[in-house]
Design a protein around this ligand. Sequence first.
Ligand code: AMP
Ligand code: GLY
Length: 427
Amino acid sequence: MKILVVGGGGREHAIIMKLAGSDKNPELFCAPGNGGISRYAKCFDVKATDIPGMVKLAQEIQPDWVFVAPDDPLVMGMADELQKAGFKTFGPRANAAIIEGSKIFSKNLMKKYQIPTGAYEVFDNSEEAIAYIKKQNTYPTVIKADGLALGKGVILAQNEEEAVEAVKSMIDDKKFGESSSHIVIEEFLTGPEVSVLSFTDGKTVVPMVSSMDHKRALDNDEGLNTGGMGTVAPNPYYTEAIAAECMEKIFKPTIEAMQKEGRPFTGCLYFGLMLTPDGAKVIEYNCRFGDPETQVVLPLLDTDLIDIMQAVWDGTLDKLTVNWKNQNAACVVLASGGYPVKYESGKEISGLDEKGQVQGAFVYHAGTKFTDDKFLTAGGRVLGVTATGDTLEHALNQAYQSAELISFEKMHYRHDIGRRALQAKQG
Ligand code: AMP
Ligand code: GLY
């Protein structure tokens, strides 16, 4: 069996390792991949967003599966084109990936099907948006670009000045191009955040182990928003009672809504949830595995991922039992100094073995390159040091002890990943 994975970050490395562990023993390919992935899969220099290039590559490799991991190719229709060319894919078609590709689509879907989410209005005119903000006069207020904006399209404005600035930069200055010509202004929600990834074949939804991301760059949730600086799983705030409520009020209704709209969602649907005092509400949907959530969720999966992919493709997920290890996982992201703004690349990474690994943990590579028998940094988020354990404390200790063995110039990481999760467990 041959499998081609599209993408080249820590998430893709975690997917590759899960596939590598299958007893079906697949031959693995990745495009574009990265330094760490290249030690386990044959990598090709084709951009993740290059749809014709990827179809051509698939025609050369003739894989049994193409696993499309990132959001932009899915939203642009890569799964559609690969399927047309005769390939089985894991990942939704464009008409379903729009659940992440357009915030207006997802908010309207939730409104129509009464799925709990923050109140909102949509604007394409900055004067009307500003008039609305002044009339509301409640801060913080949340301003979101409609389309994909590299994870930067959400602004939590603390006052009128910031809100007006955000609206103008998005609509008038087209900060994110066409992505921000339409915006959503949304109610600010409070409470612990939970990420729940799920497998779905369009009819049945199977939630994975819950997780907690740490989005800010610095300790104590200070600094700028990033793609994610670390994760733990499971998320202690996500109790069995809350999981049952989410299943009935959010997960099943979303899958049914997409089916009723003629947009069956197949693949991994990611629910970004806020556990507010009024119950769980959806902050966002993603049409794919999260990064770095995948790095803590997939190590806990006990069922063969290829069997799940097949059931999703066949529409027989209701007949498959998906099992999880009764363990905890923690991932600490080692980033380049200056990330998420300006940082340098090409720094030699020390402390890794020839497979890019370190004792006591598994190192998922995100932004690395392997040249002349050396690993070099090649991105903002460089490595995700991940460990599992019978307790969260043990997993965190292992991940941090292993992280200390690694170094590169201006390396930076958070020292408080999982701290709040530990406190929630204790209190
Ligand atoms: P997103 O890019 O949609 O993942 O949003 C980035 C982050 O902004 C989320 O993880 C939340 O922490 C925050 N956020 C988004 N929407 C809201 C909201 N309505 N209320 C409070 N925080 C929010
Ligand atoms: N870690 C958040 C995301 O993947 O969107």
